[in-house]
Design a protein around this ligand. Structure first.
Ligand code: TXA
Ligand code: MG
Length: 340
């Protein structure tokens, strides 16, 4: 979306019972499919939606929120059958889906090998958070879009979660293409996040479904947080499983080292000569493109037969519309380079 243009407000009745509602949903779905960002109501909070299968759209979500870190995002889908095409369900996951979907429960599950969702949405992890929301507007939009939609809460980083379209407009009105206004949408409490991706199920975030309700279906959750304070248990930076390359990573590289065979993770051009292998985050030096490719390229280089990964400095062009996104890119590269 060109800078300075404000979001189109697509008003719908929460019950979707007016003739114009179908058109508004169709328009919102078309924008999502075209890679634009569209905020929409769910039963918990308004979500900032983008096509989960489009690296650029997922990167744009982080840019619009101004998040200095790549937290993994929730992929929203219309139904369980679609969810099963993205992630691997075991008996516990199916039981939870039967009990709480559609509704405010998010499950973190292993990504299927052929999962089409951007690796950026998983922040490089082998798992994906997924939920089927209950709000009729969200369900209609997901069905019409016919793609998984990533949606964190539709507020600027650090602000409270939005429960009306006016909240969304105040924070993001100049940063996204459209807002589907379905009125007040809930109590501002986000979905409960349960990790079923490895070993014992764990509560990652308290929310609309209580731990006792989850435990009644699948047995004890491992104690991981203080549900009273709501303190995040595995905050993004502390995810025990957070993606870390196997190879040593060297930052701000401008030339090869004499004694090491390194792969180069480049940014912009020209790129230095003498590396065993080169992948470029963005030849044009575009931050959104770089963010969208970051985890996929790190993984590719990490699988190469070299001694380490060298990363070029991330220089920001002053006119880059996604100025700020470099913070999250550099944060993740620093973590990758940190001694382990
Ligand atoms: O109610 C909600 O869940 C709202 C509405 C819009 O659906 N969405 C929302 O998304 O709150 P977000 O991105 O703000 O929160 C996602 C939560 C974060 O705590 C994140 O760390 C966790 O889910 N999460 C996502 N993917 C994960 C993964 N692969 N592993 C561990 N945690 C994950
Ligand atoms: Mg949030």
């Amino acid at each position: 979306m060109p800078a300075g243009v404000t979001a189109v407000i697509l008003e719908v009745s929460p019950a979707l019972d007016r003739p114009a509602d179908g058109q508004a949903i169709a328009r919102a779905a078309a924008l999502l499919r075209a890679g634009e960002l569209v905020a929409f109501p769910t039963e918990t909070v308004y979500g900032l939606g983008g096509d989960a299968t489009n690296d650029d759209a997922v990167a744009a979500i982080f840019a619009a929120k101004g998040r200095p870190q790549f937290n993994p995002l929730i992929a929203h889908v219309a139904d369980l059958a679609t969810a099963e095409t993205l992630t691997v369900f075991d008996d516990r996951a199916r039981a939870l889906a039967a009990a709480f979907w559609p509704g405010p429960l998010t499950m973190v599950l292993p990504r299927r090998a052929d999962c089409p969702v951007s690796l950026l949405a998983s922040a490089g992890l082998d798992s994906l958070a997924i939920r089927v929301p209950a709000h009729p507007v969200a369900r209609a939009l997901l069905a019409e879009t016919d793609r998984p939609v990533c949606a964190p809460s539709a507020n600027l980083s650090g602000h409270v979660s939005p429960t009306t379209a006016a909240h969304v407009e105040a924070d993001l009105g100049t940063r996204i293409a459209a807002i589907v206004d379905g009125g007040f949408c809930g109590i501002g409490l986000e979905s409960t996040v349960v990790d079923l991706s490895d070993g014992a199920p764990a509560l990652l975030r308290p929310g609309g479904v209580t731990p006792a309700q989850v435990e009644a279906v699948i047995g004890a959750l491992s104690a991981t947080s203080d549900p009273l304070s709501g303190a995040p248990i595995k905050s993004p930076g502390q995810l025990s499983s957070h993606y870390a390359p196997r190879l040593p990573v060297r930052l701000d590289a401008t030339a090869p080292l004499a004694d090491r065979r390194e792969a180069l993770l480049a940014f912009g051009h020209p790129t230095p000569e003498g590396f065993a292998l080169v992948e470029n985050l963005s030849e044009a030096g575009n931050l959104r493109e770089a963010a969208g490719r970051l985890f996929a390229l790190l993984r590719r280089l990490d699988g190469a037969d070299v001694d380490g990964i060298a990363v070029m400095p991330i220089h920001v062009r002053p006119d880059d519309r996604d100025h700020g996104l470099e913070l999250a890119i550099i944060d993740r590269l620093r973590r990758a380079a940190a001694p382990r």
